[in-house]
Design a protein around this ligand. Structure first.
Ligand SMILES: N[C@@H](CCC(=O)N[C@@H](CS)C(=O)NCC(=O)O)C(=O)O
Length: 310
């Protein structure tokens, strides 16, 4: 039997591996004191107001989404629930195996990658090229690349063309309730799972992980009395929460070390996820196998073997 490597080899390998890991993480996840900070989205046009160049029209706009991405998933669910399939197309992007960016599944606007599309909209663009993107085919520009705003646009602006235009997922009377759930859930859950997974110190990880489960406990208690976050009314707050929860046990629990509990172990949260999943059309908006492949295969610094857990 061969002996273990010498202690020098172990110390050297640890040092090199940790330095490379930190170098890769600083690109993947810019951090402050070991805590992950998500960069702000850069394209923030709205579609309301007078003289807005972006007027709602059929077949003028499309969405670029990646199947793995929870932020993009919000937009494809709202498009489906509102019945906008014949109004706004979807273009799929896939992670490129070696370049660390998104590439088009099918060439679109003569672009093979999402970066080329961003640069078509803004030639000197050097920032991050994220999905989702709401794209205007007429002016060849990005309307908006912030999922939280795109879903409000989809909810409000295309009702005259939508087959389910009466569905209002952001009603005035619940706005403050929805906004307050959103704020809490964005920080501690949607981005919270990333703050666990991308933490670079034990302290930053523990803070994110405890904060995440404290909010999941609150939601569990609330769902004991209510079908959805805001009473019995499905809102944008539920869609935003759902796209994180549906990935939780399959991805975040192990890859991002969100391991205090599984969603399956929370009775009310499990019922709630199934309830939303069973709404007409929702199951067509994602594929858990692709989601797992994207996360475990592409977040190399967190999972160098590329192995997907059973
Ligand atoms: N704030 C953005 C975040 C979107 C985001 O981070 N998307 C990820 C995929 S899950 C992405 O495209 N990352 C590519 C990159 O950062 O280069 C939103 O909610 O729209």
């Amino acid at each position: 039997m061969k002996s273990l490597p010498t202690s020098f080899l172990i110390i050297f390998a640890k040092f090199v591996w940790k330095s490379l890991w930190l170098a890769m993480m600083s690109q993947l996840a810019p951090s402050e004191k070991g805590s992950y900070n998500r960069p702000l989205s850069q394209f923030r046009h709205q579609m309301n107001g007078d003289n807005n160049i972006y007027t709602p029209e059929v077949d003028r706009y499309c969405l670029y989404v990646g199947i793995g991405c929870p932020w993009a998933h919000r937009t494809s669910i709202v498009r489906k629930l509102k019945g906008l399939e014949n109004v706004i197309d979807i273009n799929i992007v896939i992670p490129s195996v070696n370049q660390g960016g998104w590439i088009m599944e099918e060439v679109s606007e003569n672009c093979e990658s999402l970066r080329q599309l961003y640069q078509l909209s803004q030639p000197n663009y050097k920032g991050r090229c994220t999905v989702p993107v709401l794209w205007d085919k007429k002016t060849k520009t990005i309307v908006n690349n912030e999922s939280a705003e795109i879903i409000v646009i989809l909810n409000n602006q295309f009702n005259e063309y939508a087959t389910n235009g009466d569905l209002n997922l952001y009603p005035d009377e619940l706005k403050s309730e929805i906004d307050s759930w959103n704020e809490k859930i964005y920080h501690h859950v949607n981005n919270g799972v990333y703050r666990c997974g991308f933490a670079q110190t034990q302290e930053a990880y523990e803070e994110a992980c405890r904060g995440l489960f404290a909010v999941l406990d609150d939601i569990e208690a609330n769902l004991g009395n209510n079908r959805y976050l805001c009473f019995d009314r499905l809102t944008l707050a539920d869609i935003r929460l759902f796209t994180t929860l549906i990935r939780f046990d399959a991805v975040y629990y192990s890859l991002f070390k969100c391991s205090l509990r599984s969603i399956e172990s929370y009775p009310n949260l499990s019922r709630y996820v199934k309830d939303i999943d069973n709404l007409s059309g929702v199951k067509e908006t994602y594929d858990l196998k692709v989601i797992q492949k994207d996360y475990f295969g592409n977040l190399f610094p967190l999972n160098p073997s590329g192995i997907i857990p059973l």
